[in-house]
Design a protein around this ligand. Structure first.
Ligand code: SAM
Length: 225
């Protein structure tokens, strides 16, 4: 696994490589008891989970407050934190079993992050979290309109929601209404990958979010803005 990680993430330090190896071992072990990932081959995990998660790294300034919404087995939040332990990371997921896995990973890797078991719709209404983050990141959680409703309320004005996507054009077109209602604007950053089209849709919050959003749990996906 070590060699595959080195190939997928050039110039990685020995310490970070050790952490990715330990993360891989936990992922494969826990995956026998719960549904964490369908991707298990070492090179696939190194590229499609670990390296893929790092795409947002150049956009995150030192010490930024970051929330990973729908983190699942920790992607992209944990790989970002392995390379950038200065980030103040909060990992959110609606499945308690995955939160238990994440707490074990963080303890083993000696990484500081807060794990929260919540639906993003409820999390975004809590005063301790609403409007508090510099960045939201999300990968493989929902379409862009839904993601915007879940993540933009969490951002400070000027903060950015970074959505990991394949081909971005159709998603962006469908999310024009959501961008307008949530006072956000978007740009696309394409990402080099040899396993298909990858891009980041980077959405900036330009003004406070109306109190209406996020709507109650389930509504963003049922009736996207
Ligand atoms: N982000 C990870 C990745 O890229 O591998 C996980 C992707 S998985 C397909 C989607 C995850 O989002 C699941 O762990 C699910 O529990 C979580 N999720 C879906 N809707 C959510 C919501 N409304 N609030 C919080 N978590 C949610």
């Amino acid at each position: 696994m070590r060699e595959k990680i080195r190939q997928a993430i050039p110039n990685i330090t020995e310490e970070a490589c050790d952490k990715f190896v330990a993360y891989y071992e936990l992922l494969i072990d826990w995956n026998t008891r719960m549904n964490l990932t369908a991707i298990t081959e070492p090179m696939d995990v190194a590229k499609k989970h670990f390296a893929d998660s790092l795409a947002a790294l150049p956009l995150l300034q030192s010490g930024a407050k970051v929330v990973d919404v729908g983190t699942g087995a920790g992607f992209p939040g944990i790989p970002l934190l392995i390379l950038r332990p200065d980030l103040k990371m909060t990992l959110v997921d609606s499945l308690q079993k995955r939160i238990t896995f994440l707490e074990t990973v963080l303890k083993t890797l000696e990484l500081p992050a807060e794990c929260v078991h919540a639906r993003a719709e409820d999390f975004g209404r809590l005063p301790a979290y609403r409007g508090q983050f510099d960045f939201a990141v999300s990968r493989a959680v929902a379409n862009l309109s839904v993601l915007l409703e879940l993540t933009v309320p969490l951002l400070k004005v000027g903060g950015k929601s970074i959505c990991y996507k394949g081909d971005a054009a159709d998603e962006l077109n469908a999310a024009r209404g959501a961008l307008h209602l949530l006072h956000a604007s978007a740009e696309t950053v394409s990402v080099e990958a040899d396993y298909g089209a990858r891009s980041l849709i980077v959405c900036t919050k330009n003004a406070p979010t109306p109190n209406l959003y996020p709507r109650k749990a389930g509504m963003p996906a049922k009736k996207p803005l």
